[in-house]
Design a protein around this ligand. Sequence first.
Ligand code: GLA
Length: 375
Amino acid sequence: MTPRSLALPLLTAALVLAAPFSAKAMQSSTTQSPYGKLPDGTPIEQYTLTNESGVTLKVITYGAIITELRVPDRSGAFGDIVLGFDKLEPYETKSPYFGAAIGRVGNRIARGRFTLDGKTYSLAINNAPNHLHGGLRGFDKVVWKAEAAKGPNGAPGVTFRYTSADGEEGYPGTLSVTMTYVLTNANELVLHYQATTDKDTPVNLTNHSYFNLSGRGDILGHVLRLAASRFTPVDDTLIPTGAIAPVAGTPMDFMEGKPIGRDLGRLANKPQGYDHNFVLDSGGGHLALAASVYDPASGRALDLLTDQPGVQFYSGNFLDGTLTGKYGVVYQQHDAFCLETQHFPDSVNHPNFPSTILHPGQVYRSTTIYRFSVR
Ligand code: GLA
């Protein structure tokens, strides 16, 4: 055999050998780049996490907002499956919490009032007549300190830190919060929350990502299963009545899985859609499967695991065509769903709900996992 005729089989063998490796040998990484500046000149940074299969998460130090999440569909094509903007300014001025960290207390506190240790606190009424998602300048609107982190097996991650001053947004106690976002090589986004306080205070941290597993269009055909046989009915200002009611026989029943749009027309609230806290059958306290979502169009699936006792399922009811997001897409009603893992809304005013009070000396810890796959 001449050297030349030997070269081709060798090259072919090298390519065959290389192929399976090149498919998965992508280096995972965390990189940092400038994202923009606040009006007072404060620089905002963006962290880009990429795992070994090429799944990408982008998150900024303003509000620890997830601005982009790219996962493959069943044909392997990557698509961005979260709503958001392509620059900083709309996140500051008009975002309905797209992708943001939510705190100190996620969801509503009735009339912005609660009594703790004999003292009554008055919070901002930013969702009349109630207090919503931590107030006028909640954790979605503060600048977090960030640094690159590593998760298990070297998975790319970022750690965010913020100290909420005693009295900030009317809440008692200095709250020191650390959140770690990790993108594992099993295509999971793991959000871990930790907090300590120097006075008794309510704490209920979550993330407000708006998902659309097709990337665009409405989510009414997405099939949702919720591991919740009960929910917390609300009044017409979305405050729980205090009851914990069975979902059976109501449009709230997602136990067996059904398209989000199937029973949505039977809901009485305006704007119509789901905006309810589901009481997870796990009871909270340990990681358990809370929800599964499957998009038959793209084949993308999301499993949601949490150690929280509840999840707010919100079907993007307030999106109304007035916001233009990334890629010039105009967001219409029901173009996304949120699954906000949490303690129940208005828990501070409902002694029968699991307590949200954190005491000095205790550590608040919570983990939520978004596991992506295809079918
Ligand atoms: C949560 C609330 C909703 C709405 C959205 C943001 O899901 O429960 O009522 O405020 O946030 O628009």
